[in-house]
Design a protein around this ligand. Structure first.
Ligand SMILES: NC(=O)c1ccc[n+]([C@@H]2O[C@H](COP(=O)([O-])OP(=O)(O)OC[C@H]3O[C@@H](n4cnc5c(N)ncnc54)[C@H](O)[C@@H]3O)[C@@H](O)[C@H]2O)c1
Length: 309
């Protein structure tokens, strides 16, 4: 296996580095292409089977080299912050769409077919709010981030029809777990809350805390990604990755308090403009195509692992 690595773009980031660990444990060798913009070298284990290429997915030649000789690709590299895309649409577009296109071209040239893609629930915008959102819900990307994710899906589908690529498109809801970076105000809410709670710093909730999210532990997501890599068949159509469970931010805070044995002061401020109030996946397609751990990782267990307890 060592001669034909799996390429993980964005492999030094939160989800990518968790995937790399699992791939190594399953005997694969791994090549990571990452520009280390939010990813970190230290997220990757010191293991001779991991090759790190520090480079940009917007650089077509670099992507060509990274794809060469790979057995399959997991495309996670992106500017994952929605707000960054609002502030710098052109810059983030290079990573979030041109990067995907570079990858499609490089795979076509190299004859590499299987690619998993990290799309996002953001492609639905506010549609389906308050219900379990299924994959056929009309798309309404509200930000450059969401527009680039949706356009990437369409390009991958074009390369499937025209050039025989085998894209598997996942729309992640809210993923949480170890190595999620809490350093930006736009980081995942769990990483920010847990970091502040651990340091005893006050926590700010935007809105009344009754907004809901569908949280998935990163280890459960990684299990699904590995199944999609190893499956002999690829079915058409994007797949939501969520648990069809709505957790309010107030419930999340309560769980963090239980795991840590207490919470610092929690303050409430006006909701952030553009924030979606409710987000929950209809995950029937996910359950039909893949096995989720039964039961999926419980919020409290996931939090304990994130907190290293
Ligand atoms: N975390 C979530 O809840 C969530 C939800 C929906 C979608 N996603 C998607 O999943 C993927 C992984 O997200 P994450 O949460 O691990 O974020 P992350 O920021 O930890 O990972 C992204 C990685 O991509 C790298 N990267 C960014 N731009 C690059 C470029 N131009 N060239 C090469 N590398 C580049 C970063 O350095 C980082 O290592 C992203 O595509 C993100 O949009 C994540």
């Amino acid at each position: 296996m060592a001669d034909f690595p799996i390429l993980v773009t964005g492999g030094a980031g939160f989800i990518g580095s968790n995937l790399v660990d699992t791939l190594l444990a399953r005997g694969y060798s791994v090549r990571v292409l990452d520009n280390l913009s939010t990813g970190k070298r230290e997220n990757l284990p010191a293991d001779g089977r991991v090759e790190l290429i520090v480079g940009d997915v917007a650089d077509a030649e670099c992507v060509r080299q990274a794809v060469s000789g790979c057995r399959a690709v997991v495309h996670l590299a992106a500017v994952a912050s929605v707000q960054a895309s609002v502030d710098d649409p052109f810059g983030t577009h290079q990573s979030n769409l041109i990067g995907t296109l570079n990858l499609c071209e490089a795979m076509r040239e190299a004859g590499v077919r299987r690619v998993l893609f990290a799309s996002s629930a953001a492609v639905y915008g506010n549609n389906g709010e308050g219900q379990a959102i299924d994959e056929d819900t009309p798309k309404a990307p509200l930000t450059p981030y969401a527009a680039d994710k949706l356009a990437s899906e369409h390009y991958l589908d074009f390369y499937r029809r025209q050039h025989g690529l085998e894209p598997v498109i996942f729309r992640f809801f809210n993923i949480f777990g170890p190595r999620q970076d809490p350093s930006s105000p736009y980081s995942g809410v769990i990483s920010i809350f847990t970091e502040r709670a651990q340091k005893g710093l006050p926590i700010t909730v935007f809105g009344d805390g009754e907004q809901t999210r569908d949280f998935v532990y990163v280890g459960d997501l990684v299990d699904v990604l590995v199944q999609a890599l190893e499956s002999p068949v690829v079915e058409e159509g994007a797949v939501n990755v969520g648990l069809n469970r709505a957790t309010t931010l107030n419930q999340l805070l309560e769980a963090i308090g239980e795991v840590l044995g207490g919470l610092p002061a929690v303050g409430y401020q006006a909701p952030r403009a553009g924030d979606i109030r409710h987000s929950r996946a209809n995950n029937a397609r996910l359950l039909q195509r893949y096995r989720l751990p039964e039961p999926p990782t419980d919020m409290r267990d996931g939090l304990a692992r994130l907190l290293g307890l």
